[in-house]
Design a protein around this ligand. Structure first.
Ligand SMILES: Cc1cc2nc3c(=O)[nH]c(=O)nc-3n(C[C@H](O)[C@H](O)[C@H](O)COP(=O)(O)OP(=O)(O)OC[C@H]3O[C@@H](n4cnc5c(N)ncnc54)[C@H](O)[C@@H]3O)c2cc1C
Length: 477
């Protein structure tokens, strides 16, 4: 008997019955769940389940466990390593958390928010702000990604420098494990040393160990004043110098420092001509730097920047005077991923190196990429304060992505592997913030510590002996 005659068909029938007509969609009505934000992959799958609460998630997963049906958790669909997409099989269940989007509770006293996994990140920001607090996890996809996906990928973004990754902003978790049981560790306790911390096992596990259904998020006090500057600099090393110099004067108030390149600014101008370019003159490199804190921080920041200019660390700078100007500076950074996509990047890397290695990393990456094909162009940008620079590689000027891919299909993978290799030589990580998904499983095998791989396989086997949770993600299926 084939799988379709047995378990999978039984799963479909049982889930439709359980969730009712609002609780599922068939493939003909589910195109949105198959798209990849960078257009590289197309997902598939016969059924999307849309449970409304944790109990329904638990029952759905129990059915899948019983029938050995693969489950692919799905939140906002903005993941860029194909973790939320079934690439080869229709006989899977895509389990979307989108209907579970309530903020269950906010406690100013505990400094926590109890949010369901389907809450969109920007809605979490708004809910925190309404209570005079801040949830600092933030990234360009904030209008679409959801807390469950953010935690499952241990997302990073623009304020890791000061506030940490998603992991550092989560105090408790509720999750449905692969057999359908519900793990309730949602307490807002700040100290809890009672055995293994399963929250941290689930965070960053990309849906391979269970489905995160809710989280107790760690809120921070809102900052009275936030000041953003855009600076022209001569090299990425100067960005690191600028960070050190500003930190030495105003402490831990720097909440973001984002590198941008001259090619990046050109691509933005081409695709987003309405976004204001801060300088008339072209510079090699730029950083967007933001500080936030008590009233009065602007003055300290301005004098720190002034000093950096006097010391030639910064060539030129603009400081936003209004919220509109501040948003306009962030528009430059936040539209960069889309500008890369529209310009036809053949590679978008997400690796990290120790801060001390950034210079070597950039130089060796540029050399390695041009040795693969002369004239390839690099837009290196991103979270330089965390050593997480995204290298986006473009065909030589005048050649489109499709022409290049057609003429040199083997070079796409060669570029990706070259960046991995330089990262590895610089003691870096082949995934900084996007995760492993289905895209980087081979890279993981190649570069991860073999003992770590063995322990991960043992954990997976212990929690998910049927291998139903997001098979093929992180570990090969
Ligand atoms: C324009 C753009 C900018 C981005 N910028 C950043 C950035 O700065 N930093 C960064 O870290 N990422 C960034 N990303 C990547 C992406 O937004 C993050 O990885 C985000 O955390 C994914 O959340 P999501 O809700 O979209 O998850 P999805 O894409 O739906 O899922 C991602 C992974 O998590 C699993 N998953 C989803 N929900 C759950 C759940 N409830 N329980 C268990 N597993 C689950 C999925 O199976 C999949 O493996 C960016 C993406 C885009 C398109």
């Amino acid at each position: 008997m084939s799988n379709s005659d047995s378990g999978y068909q039984q799963t479909i029938v049982a889930i439709k019955d359980l969730l009712g007509s609002k609780g599922w969609r068939e493939s003909g009505n589910a195109a949105a769940y198959y798209t990849d934000p960078r257009g590289r992959f197309t997902g598939r799958g016969n059924l999307v389940a849309l449970p409304e609460n944790t109990s329904e998630v638990s029952q759905v997963v129990s059915i899948c466990h019983h029938n050995k049906t693969p489950v692919i958790p799905y939140s906002g669909g903005t993941g860029v390593v194909a973790g939320q997409l079934s690439l080869h099989s229709d006989e899977v269940l895509i389990l979307s958390l989108e209907r579970m989007d309530e903020v269950r509770h906010i406690s100013a006293e505990d400094g926590t928010m109890l949010a369901e996994a389907g809450c969109i990140l920007s809605n979490v920001h708004d809910a925190a702000a309404e209570q005079g607090m801040l949830f600092p996890l933030s990234m360009a996809s904030k209008g679409s990604c959801r807390i469950g996906g953010n935690l499952a990928t241990n997302a990073g973004g623009i304020q890791v420098l000061r506030y940490g990754n998603a992991r550092d902003l989560c105090i408790g978790i509720e999750a449905v494990l692969p057999d359908g049981s519900i793990l309730n560790e949602l307490s807002p306790l700040r100290k809890n040393n009672t055995g293994y911390d399963l929250r941290h096992l689930l965070i960053g596990s990309e849906g391979t160990l269970g489905i995160i259904t809710a989280a107790c998020l760690n809120l921070k006090p809102a900052n009275a004043e936030t000041v953003t500057a855009f600076c022209a600099i001569q090299s990425p090393t100067q960005a690191v110098g600028l960070l050190q110099s500003i930190r030495s004067q105003i402490g831990e108030s720097v909440s973001a420092i984002e590198l941008m390149s001259s090619l990046g600014m050109e691509l933005l101008q081409e695709h987003f001509p309405n976004i204001n370019q801060p300088f008339e003159q072209k510079h090699e490199w730029y950083v967007l730097i933001e500080v936030a804190g008590q009233s009065g921080i602007r003055q300290n920041f301005e004098s720190a920047l002034f000093e950096a200019m006097e010391e030639d660390v910064v060539t030129d700078a603009v400081i936003a005077a209004t919220e509109t100007q501040r948003n306009a500076l962030w528009d430059l950074r936040e539209n960069m991923p889309e500008a890369n996509r529209l310009s036809g990047a053949i590679c978008n890397s997400d690796t990290s190196v120790p801060i001390s290695q950034i210079d070597v990393f950039n130089q060796q990456t540029a050399e390695a990429v041009s040795s693969i094909h002369s004239g390839l162009r690099l837009n290196s940008y991103g979270h330089i304060g965390d050593g997480n620079i995204h290298h986006n590689v473009f065909p030589p000027l005048g050649i489109s992505k499709s022409e290049f891919v057609k003429a040199h299909p083997e070079k796409i993978e060669a570029v990706r592997m070259a960046i991995n290799e330089v990262t590895h030589q610089c003691s870096g990580a082949i995934s900084a913030e996007h995760g492993i998904g289905r895209l980087k499983v081979g890279d993981m095998k190649q570069y991860a510590d073999p003992v770590k791989m063995q322990v991960m396989r043992s954990i997976k086997q212990a929690l998910d002996p049927n291998g139903i949770m997001n098979p093929g993600v992180i570990l090969s299926a």
